[in-house]
Design a protein around this ligand. Structure first.
Ligand code: AMP
Length: 255
């Protein structure tokens, strides 16, 4: 079974036949987390900060689809080609496609280093399927971190968000621009505005979030897994609030 504690996301991003390159190790506390929240709330940024602390892989379904976008059309399955059309419009990719992708990569969910799911589940059907898959693998979620932010702040964040096409570092114009316009500070990759961060697509994504994903708040509240964190403030401030909530959970005995 693939095990990985160094955020080696190759297996998740490139497909079921790729295995993790990092050997297993024994982290002091294994975390299995889901990040929830509307588009633009800063889940991706929090995920990057969190994985540095917890040593688990950051598994983002959106990243898998974006990775597929840069592949040649002839290398993509018909389902994946269709998925990219949904993504371009800001619509959700059909549950069946997302779930078969998850099934293929179920090894990542069994990883002894834990995991951090970002962008999945997105619908109640996906949450049901995840619950079933985790039960089958005798794996339990520790928490679902629900990031909360007023809508006007979300719109401001999304319209200024810029992303590195190589390392996925996130910038913001004008709050946190790269040192050289269009060039990533970290890897010198090209910085772009994601197609789905454009205003008309953002409106569609927000509607879809309210209709399809917001019901998951109730779903996980009922299972006593929901931990709500205010996403207002700098990434470091939000990270500290997140960590405070997680350490509070960790002080309760694990069952
Ligand atoms: P994200 O980066 O998580 O905002 O995802 C970008 C896009 O990928 C979304 O707008 C959807 O089109 C697609 N996507 C990512 N994750 C899922 C999912 N779990 N279910 C359906 N569509 C998804």
């Amino acid at each position: 079974m693939a095990t990985c504690v160094a955020n080696d996301r190759a297996a998740w991003l490139t497909g079921p036949r790729t295995t993790c390159s990092h050997p297993p190790s024994a982290p002091t506390r294994v975390w299995r987390l889901v990040l929830l929240g509307p588009p633009g709330v800063g889940k991706g940024t929090q995920a990057s900060l969190l994985v540095n602390r917890i040593g688990a892989c950051h598994l983002s379904t959106g990243d898998v689809f974006r990775a597929a976008k840069s592949m040649k059309a002839c290398d993509l399955s018909p389902a994946m080609r269709q998925a990219l059309e949904y993504m371009k419009r800001g619509d959700l990719v059909p549950d069946s496609t997302v779930l078969s992708m998850l099934q293929e990569r179920a090894g990542c969910l069994r990883c002894s280093g834990g995991f951090l799911l970002d962008g999945f589940p997105r619908t109640v059907a996906q949450a049901d399927a995840l619950e079933k898959l985790l039960d089958e693998n005798q794996v339990k979620l520790d928490a679902v971190l629900n990031y909360d932010l007023p809508i006007d702040q979300i719109v401001a964040r999304l319209s200024g968000r810029r992303t590195c096409t190589s390392c996925k570092a996130v910038y913001h114009v004008p709050n946190n621009p790269p040192k050289v316009e269009g060039v990533c500070d970290t890897c010198h990759g090209k910085i772009i505005q994601r197609e789905d961060d454009k205003p008309e697509i953002v409106r569609n994504r927000m509607e879809i979030y309210n209709r399809s994903t917001a019901p998951l708040i109730d779903f996980y509240e009922k299972r006593k897994l929901l931990v709500t964190v205010s996403a207002d403030g700098s990434p470091e401030k939000v990270m500290n609030a997140t960590w405070q909530q997680l350490t509070h959970l960790a002080s309760d005995p694990q069952d």
